[in-house]
Design a binder for this molecule. Structure first.
Ligand code: PEP
Length: 403
């Protein structure tokens, strides 16, 4: 059975004395944690690893390190070998943490070497991925995360992925007190799981743990852990306090049941629409619950978006009045995003009408898109987002249909 992983990353904190104090308090309470469905790991600085090893001997606490070299030994001043870590009882190694990437210039290439080296020595790499605020604002989250994932894992053999762990850590959430909402995190976790299926087999991927990291606290842990694709957390600041970390580690996990329709069918580009855009128009909205546009509309409504459907043949969808065309939308509703579910030969006049409403984003499906329409919108400084997952959403909606 896949166990949840609650991991603490102490970063550059705690002397030997402080480490002793932490464990005096933390260990006196670990009987409150139910280890049957989870593992607890702490990654302290290298200097206190031997102490933590001694202190946690005979307990279920796992030991982690915050980095490791790819080589077993050699001329690598300042680096630590995975073999040396193993000797100290280390089982997990955090790699590609955003502080390593951004403060110490670690590239995807270096990180992939570390992942391979650590794996080959029998340790479990925790590969961290995550976008900056700038990247998120520019709709780059999935592109960045996808690239870090592929690059970081590229040196592993297909079969070797069984025990790897991925940590999604949006850089803007690390140490800032601003966590990603459970929904934001789940969307990226789902994306990571789907992407991993491009590299490894489905069975392996279902068993890979994907952790969330970024301002995890006793206050947000419960809601984060409800999400089906969040298999644990990587905790920085709150893991330094034995009581806070204990509160996090002992939370009862109750997963939300994924209701049909399956929202993993939602095109990722739609999930990327920033929360700041609240007013969405769906052109070509269908009243049939198995249709992609209906699934998307239901999802957006549940997420709190204001959605206006457009379809000349229908009067109402999901309790929302449907307008026959873009031109008839009430003038006090200014759409920020216009989503077009229409064939390419119908796109151009729709985009021409859409431009008049001055949205920030127009969304269309890739492959059927009319280049002329795209150019037209971009000339007006409207961002055009292309959906690359249309095939997938169709497949998923069919799966739903035939269930
Ligand atoms: C981290 O550094 O991995 C981290 C998630 O930090 P924090 O929990 O403090 O945001």
């Amino acid at each position: 059975m896949k166990k949840y992983l609650f991991a603490g990353n102490w970063k550059m904190h705690k002397t030997q004395k402080e480490t002793q104090q932490f464990f005096n308090e933390f260990l006196s309470k670990i009987s409150e944690i139910d280890f049957s469905d989870r593992e607890i790991m702490i990654a302290p600085p290298f200097t206190v690893l031997p102490i933590v090893q001694k202190l946690t001997e005979g307990t279920p606490i796992k030991l982690g390190a915050q980095n490791a070299c790819w080589a077993k030994e050699g001329p690598f001043t300042g680096e630590i070998s995975p073999i040396m870590l193993k000797e100290l009882g280390v089982e997990y190694v955090i790699l590609g943490h955003s502080e390593r990437r951004h403060l110490f210039g670690e590239t995807d290439e270096i990180i992939s070497k570390r992942v391979e080296g650590v794996y080959k020595c029998g340790l479990i790499p925790i590969l961290c991925v995550g976008e900056t605020l700038e990247e998120r604002k520019n709709y780059k989250t999935l592109e960045v995360v996808g690239k870090q994932l592929f690059e970081g894992l590229k040196k592993l053999e297909k079969i070797e992925a069984k025990s790897i762990v991925i940590a999604y850590e949006p850089v803007w959430a690390i140490g800032t007190g601003i966590n990603a909402t459970p929904e934001e995190a789940e969307q990226v976790h789902l994306f990571i799981r789907e992407k991993l299926k491009d590299i490894f087999s489905k069975e392996i991927v279902e068993n890979i743990r994907i952790l969330y990291g970024g301002s995890v606290s006793p206050f947000n842990i419960k809601d984060l852990m409800k999400k089906p694709n969040i298999d644990g957390v990587l905790v920085g600041g709150a893991s330094l306090d034995p009581y806070k970390f204990l509160e996090i580690c002992k939370i009862r996990v109750k997963k939300e049941i994924c209701m049909l329709p399956d929202y993993s069918a939602i095109p990722f580009e739609i999930l990327e629409i920033p929360q700041k855009y609240k007013n969405i128009v769906i052109v070509g909205a269908s009243p049939k619950s198995e249709r992609p546009s209906y699934i998307v509309m239901e999802y957006l409504l549940k997420q709190g978006f204001k959605v206006v459907p457009v379809n000349p043949a229908v009067k109402e969808i999901l309790g929302q009045k449907v307008y026959p065309s873009l031109l008839e939308i009430p003038s006090d509703f200014s759409p920020e995003v216009i989503v077009i579910f229409r064939r390419s030969d119908q796109v151009l006049p729709i985009v021409e009408a859409a431009i008049k409403l001055k949205p920030k984003v127009i969304w269309m499906q890739e492959g059927i898109v009319n280049e002329q329409a795209k150019e037209l919108a971009e000339k007006e400084n409207i961002k055009v987002v292309m959906n690359k997952c249309f095939k997938k959403i169709h497949l998923m909606s069919q799966k739903y249909l035939f269930k």
